[in-house]
Design a protein around this ligand. Structure first.
Ligand SMILES: NC(=O)c1ccc[n+]([C@@H]2O[C@H](COP(=O)([O-])OP(=O)(O)OC[C@H]3O[C@@H](n4cnc5c(N)ncnc54)[C@H](O)[C@@H]3O)[C@@H](O)[C@H]2O)c1
Length: 369
């Protein structure tokens, strides 16, 4: 009755299978992939799990309470919709869907049914991102002026989504969580080199108003892998290097401020450079995907709204869709309406807790259930 099935056993699905096995033990009962070779390969590692090729078989089973979707983006909507219609809670890989309309439909459906719908915005559960959020929300950066991010490597070129829809959900979910703000406009510029119409290099710019601008470089063709995000503030700045094994987050008391114009009022400015300390906060060593899995199960068992719920997923999809529109118009700036989905007016029977801090030891019990 409370069993879990993982659908999609390609590149990412096996990581979910491993974590569900570690966290939930026998509650993980079924693995599913339409490709019998993937079923065989992963089934050999977990011989006690049932193997199913057709997701409909999973949806129809009464002992399955929750399904996890790690299939290509274009399949997220039909599979998640079918799962929710059959009364299953759903954890979907990022991005939730390939369009805003689809995302709204799923959020509505989950809320009407009182079912948990969560998206795997895995970085929201990363100790580094949680620390950055604490610093930003605690005002330690002063006013955030810019965010500059580089997420590039030789990527797995996909045929159903471009590099924006593949990589930007990571950055957009991080920024959504850290800032707790929605941008007022978006512009994106990119080019397709490998597959026609599938951009593999893209530059995305978000304007949050009040002087805060964010820029993201996304690239599947880079010979080197870089995962770098800078949060620049008026008092301090953060450099987050996800590939640094020891000091992923560094806080710099370094910057400049203009204190006066010269006496003749010419354009020459008198600038102060601050070169203060650099420090690296302690971060817990924990696999973020394990926390995703723990949180999903906790929300099902306690009837709670997840931290990365349908609305968080919808905010990301809304920006992606506008970015796609901009991409097709050679970087035209697109203004965004604030997110007010119809579903916000619906009353979900699930309890909404204050966002618990996934990496705070005090709230770990909430995650473990
Ligand atoms: N959170 C992360 O860091 C992260 C990392 C990589 C990928 N992803 C996401 O995971 C999802 C899958 O990506 P991937 O790289 O593993 O793709 P993949 O192509 O390697 O694997 C997808 C698998 O799904 C199976 N499949 C496709 N349609 C199916 C269907 N209708 N029924 C059953 N099985 C079906 C395929 O046979 C394949 O084995 C995507 O949404 C992607 O964005 C997330």
């Amino acid at each position: 009755m409370n069993k879990v099935a993982v659908i999609g056993l390609g590149y990412w699905g096996p990581n979910l299978v491993r974590n569900f096995h570690q966290v939930a033990g026998p509650r993980l009962a079924v693995i599913c992939d339409r490709d019998p070779r993937r079923l065989e390969a992963i089934g050999r590692l977990y011989p006690w799990l049932e193997r199913v090729q057709n997701p409909q078989e999973v949806f129809q089973r009464r002992d399955i309470q929750a399904v996890v979707l790690a299939t290509p983006v274009s399949t997220h909507f039909p599979l998640a919709k079918a799962a929710l219609e059959h009364g299953k809670c759903v954890l979907v890989e990022k991005p939730l869907t390939a369009s805003l309309e689809q995302a709204e439909h799923l959020v509505d459906l989950a809320q009407r049914q009182g079912l948990v719908l969560m998206v795997d915005h895995v970085y929201v559960f990363h100790p580094a991102v949680e620390k950055i959020r604490q610093l930003v929300q605690g005002g330690q950066l002063g006013q955030v002026r810019f965010i500059d991010s580089v997420r590039i490597n030789l990527g797995l070129v996909q045929s159903d989504v471009n590099v924006l829809w593949d990589l930007a959900p990571h950055d957009l979910s991080i920024v959504d969580y850290v800032l707790g703000r929605f941008p007022i406009s978006v512009a994106a510029y990119g080019k397709a080199h490998v597959l026609p119409e599938v951009e593999d290099v893209a530059y995305l710019t978000l304007d949050y108003g009040q002087g805060l601008v964010a820029n993201f470089h996304l690239n599947w063709l880079s010979p080197v892998k870089i995962r770098y995000t800078i949060f620049g503030g008026t008092q301090q700045s953060i450099v987050y290097n996800d590939l640094d094994p020891v000091e992923k987050v560094k806080v710099y008391s370094r910057g400049l401020s203009v204190h006066a114009q010269d006496v003749e009022g010419r354009r020459r400015l008198l600038v102060d450079y601050r070169t203060g300390d650099v420090w690296a906060p302690h971060l817990d060593k924990v696999e973020p995907l394990r926390r995703v899995v723990e949180h999903f199960l906790h929300c099902i068992d306690h009837q709670e709204v997840p931290l990365t719920d349908g609305m968080a997923a919808l905010r990301v999809v809304k920006i992606l869709q506008a970015a796609q529109e901009s991409l097709k118009q050679d970087g035209q700036r697109i203004f965004l309406e604030p997110v007010q989905a119809r579903c916000e007016q619906l009353r979900s029977p699930l309890a909404r807790k204050e966002p618990v801090c996934p990496n705070d030891p005090k709230s770990l019990s909430a995650f473990r259930g």
